[in-house]
Design a binder for this molecule. Structure first.
Ligand code: S3P
Length: 188
C-alpha cells in the first residue's frame, strides 16, 4: 500500500484529479456529503492562503509559483484523513506529484472528452490557461500533453455521457473497494 500515513486507514482522504471541467469539484462536494467527510478544493485553499483569486495569482506570480502553492497545499494544507479533495487540474502534472498525493490517500482521475470540457468551461473566466483566443485548440493541446500523466493514475472514471449520480457512484465504489483493501492489509 502506498499510503505513508497508516493512521489514515479508516477514513483515508479521497483525492480527485483530472483535466479542468471533468467535474472534480461538483462530484467531490457530493461525495463528501455522502461519506460525511470534509470537502476541500485546492484552488480555494490557495486563494485563501495567498489572498488572491487564481487569475490574479497567475498574472502577478506566474504559473510555476502557483505550482509551488499546490505543492504546499499537498504537504501542509489539509488534514490527513476524512477529506474529499478536489485538486486543481495541473496539480499532479509536475514530476513526483502523483506519488506525493498517492502517499496521502486514494487518488482517482476523472476523464472527459475535449468537447465536454469546452462546454463545461466556456462560460467561466476563472481558468487563466483557457483565457485564449481559441480555447478549443488550447484544450486539445493541453489534454494531449497531460493525458499520459493522468493515465498514470491507477484509478480512472470516465464522465462522458454519464449522469452525475452515475459518476459519483462509480467513484464511491472505487473508494470503498480500496478502503476495504487497506483495512484487510492492516489486519494481516
Ligand atoms: C488548472 C486548473 C484549475 C486551476 C488553475 C490551473 C490547470 O483548476 O488550478 O486554473 O492547470 O489545469 P480546475 O481543474 O479545478 O479548473
Amino acid at each position: 500500500m502506498p499510503l505513508e500515513n497508516q493512521s489514515a486507514g479508516k477514513r483515508p482522504n479521497l483525492y480527485l484529479t483530472g483535466f479542468m471541467g471533468t467535474g472534480k469539484s461538483s462530484i467531490g462536494r457530493e461525495l463528501a456529503r455522502t461519506l460525511n467527510y470534509k470537502f476541500i478544493d485546492s484552488d480555494r485553499w490557495i486563494e485563501r492562503d495567498v489572498g488572491m483569486k487564481i487569475p490574479k495569482i497567475f498574472e502577478e506570480h506566474g504559473e510555476s509559483w502557483f505550482r509551488d502553492c499546490e505543492r504546499r497545499f499537498i504537504e501542509e494544507g489539509h488534514p490527513n484523513e476524512g477529506c474529499v479533495v478536489a485538486l486543481g487540474g495541473g496539480l499532479v502534472v509536475p514530476d513526483g506529484m502523483i506519488e506525493r498525493v498517492e502517499q496521502r490517500g486514494i487518488l482517482v482521475a476523472l476523464f472527459a472528452s475535449p468537447e465536454t470540457v469546452l462546454s463545461r468551461t466556456s462560460r467561466s473566466k476563472n481558468r487563466p490557461l483557457l483565457q485564449v483566443e481559441n480555447p478549443a485548440e488550447r484544450i486539445r493541446e493541453l489534454m494531449a500533453q497531460r493525458d499520459p500523466i493522468y493515465r498514470r493514475v491507477g484509478l480512472a472514471v470516465s464522465t462522458d455521457g454519464r449522469s452525475f449520480a452515475d459518476v459519483r457512484d462509480a467513484v464511491l465504489r472505487i473508494y470503498r473497494f480500496h478502503c476495504a483493501g487497506i483495512a484487510a492489509s492492516k489486519s494481516q
